[in-house]
Design a protein around this ligand. Structure first.
Ligand SMILES: NC(=O)c1ccc[n+]([C@@H]2O[C@H](COP(=O)([O-])OP(=O)(O)OC[C@H]3O[C@@H](n4cnc5c(N)ncnc54)[C@H](O)[C@@H]3O)[C@@H](O)[C@H]2O)c1
Length: 520
């Protein structure tokens, strides 16, 4: 296959709904000539009106100067028929998400456009190779996956199908930059990067809730305030409403029932009942006049424990817990084993409180576990969990102790990996597996996730920051307690953690210039 030189100045957009008009907006503002086509003629007019209004609003806010606004609008015209897209250098389709309809459109476009026109699909769930399979020249078919709303979500996935000419993808990468977007390059695999990496937060959040560990609001609070994410899984699910459950099911089936992506009956039942979030006023939260109603937290109890014994199994976590105990002015029981009446604190990673208690032969009725994955000192929130045998006095005095400096504390039921540990480890593990599958480069995985999902760090950088050996230990312990292959560590993670390499590092042999001496 000889690579062609694609140069893009005129872009056709087929399907002028939510996505099509967003793509038209950034293309017109970048100075491209834009032609809009939709089988529903009213949708073309509506898209032009929307663009005129948007440009006028941006001008009124001082974000766009008048001349540029007028020029951008003049760049956009409607096409009465698909034949009017003849002069386009690129056609992006953003029509209905159905393989046969997209294939038929691309076949028709092939009879209209020149041999050097790139045909791009904004599909989020269909295979680019499959869409291209209907074309006589599949080499010019590429995925161009934008996110909603396009002008604000400044990342786009460029997806090479099995027969795509890399030069066509390169041209879309350049064009994305020209339109002010950050392009990332991905292989044609289900979910590409962002919708694939996004499975960790919501499926594991649903697992935690499904095991009765904590309420939806508590899980969200922990993920936001302890783990530092902008939104917790249930706030996010309430925003993505109708599409989230089918997307979870689709990715799970496309990967042949991969346990890492197992969906939950919780969202299936809610979708069937119409409890899908903001749009219906009721989801995981209630919405009154569009405002999310968050159930208030009960105040922390006040009675402190007389003395506290802390497990020394994880020395760093032990020292952090001791600092909090000393700060609260509570007596530390420093014995080799706990004294008869001491509160017992354990700091498991990937184990539940029960396993931690049994492993160290501790009295489970006095055991409370604290999640030490994120720094405990200076925390925004702390999580405690109890064994099924933990007595109320132990639970409540531990709660009072770890809330004594004013930091809110969430008490959950026993869970392998609390909430933050297991959700974060799942996110890192899935990110690692995307790298292992060579779907994208480590840099592009992290970039796509930070820009596309709004996570504070990409999954690989997050794993490095928290310690890849710790994440590996969490997953291995979860896997050993539960026996669920969902938690098997990705080889990418396991190998790099064992070798002390960054999770963002590709194989050295692929990146290094030759440094070993070689025989001539
Ligand atoms: N909405 C999102 O959040 C989002 C995000 C990323 C990707 N996508 C993908 O983008 C595509 C469009 O999604 P949307 O949300 O903009 O849909 P939409 O329903 O808002 O708009 C689709 C438009 O396509 C038109 N259309 C349907 N069939 C057509 C055909 N055969 N020829 C020409 N026009 C046709 C419809 O009249 C409609 O105006 C889908 O493939 C979707 O999976 C959507």
């Amino acid at each position: 296959m000889t690579s062609r030189n694609f140069s893009i100045e005129t872009i056709g957009i087929v399907g002028t709904g939510a996505m099509g008009r967003g793509i038209a907006q950034i293309a017109a503002l970048a100075g491209l000539t834009v032609r809009l086509y939709d089988t529903n003629p009213a949708a073309i007019g509506a898209a032009r009106d929307y663009l005129a209004e948007t440009f006028a609003k941006l001008t009124a806010k001082g974000k766009l100067d008048q001349a540029r606004s007028l020029a951008a609008l003049a760049n956009v015209s409607g096409a009465q028929s698909i034949g009017e897209l003849a002069g386009c250098d690129l056609v992006v389709e953003a029509i209905v998400e159905k393989l046969d309809v997209k294939q038929a459109l691309f076949r028709e476009l092939e009879t209209v456009v020149s041999g050097n026109c790139v045909l791009a699909s904004n599909t989020s769930s269909l295979s680019i190779t499959a869409i291209a399979a209907g074309c006589s020249d599949p080499s010019r078919v590429v995925g161009y996956h934008f996110f909603n709303p396009v002008p604000l979500m400044k990342v786009v996935e460029v997806i090479d199908g099995l027969r795509s000419d890399p030069a066509a993808g390169d041209a879309l990468m350049d064009l994305a930059r020209r339109m002010g977007h950050t392009p990332v390059r991905a292989k044609d695999m289900p979910g590409f990067i962002v919708n694939h990496a996004g499975r960790g937060m919501n499926t594991e959040g649903l697992r935690v809730a499904g095991e009765g560990v904590a309420s939806f609001a508590d899980i969200d609070r922990i993920m936001r305030e302890q783990a530092g994410f902008r939104l917790g899984p249930f706030e996010l699910l309430d925003l993505t409403a109708r599409v989230s459950h089918p997307v979870m099911e689709s990715i799970y089936h496309q990967f042949y029932e991969e346990p890492r992506f197992t969906p939950s009956p919780i969202t299936g039942t809610r979708l069937a009942g119409g409890l899908i979030g903001r749009k219906t006023g009721e989801g995981f939260y209630l919405y009154e006049e569009g405002k999310q109603q968050v159930p208030a937290e009960a105040p922390a109890p006040t009675g402190l424990p007389a003395s506290v014994w802390v497990s020394k199994r994880y020395p760093q976590a032990h020292d952090a817990v001791v600092q909090l105990i000393e700060k609260a002015g509570v007596k530390l029981d420093d014995g080799a084993t706990p004294a008869a009446n001491s509160l017992i604190v354990v700091t498991p990673f990937g184990h539940d409180a029960t396993t931690a208690a049994v492993d160290e032969a501790l009295d489970a009725s006095r055991v409370v576990a604290i999640d030490a994955l994120f720094p405990l000192v200076g925390a925004q929130r702390r999580t405690l969990m109890t064994t099924p045998a933990t007595r109320r006095a132990a639970r409540d005095t531990a709660h009072a102790l770890f809330a004594a400096d004013g930091v809110p504390v969430t008490v959950i039921r026993d869970s392998t990996g609390f909430v933050a540990q297991r959700v974060v480890a799942t996110i890192v593990n899935i990110g690692c597996d995307i790298a292992q599958k060579q779907i994208a480069t480590p840099d592009d995985i992290d970039l796509a996730v930070t820009l596309g999902l709004g996570y504070p760090r990409g999954p690989l950088a997050l794993g490095d920051a928290l310690g890849s050996t710790t994440i590996l230990a969490i997953l291995r312990n979860m896997f050993s307690v539960l026996g669920d292959p969902r938690y098997r560590p990705s080889p990418w993670l396991a190998r790099r953690a064992q070798l002390g390499l960054s999770l963002t590092q590709r194989d050295a042999a692929d990146t290094e210039t030759q440094t070993l001496e070689t025989r001539q």
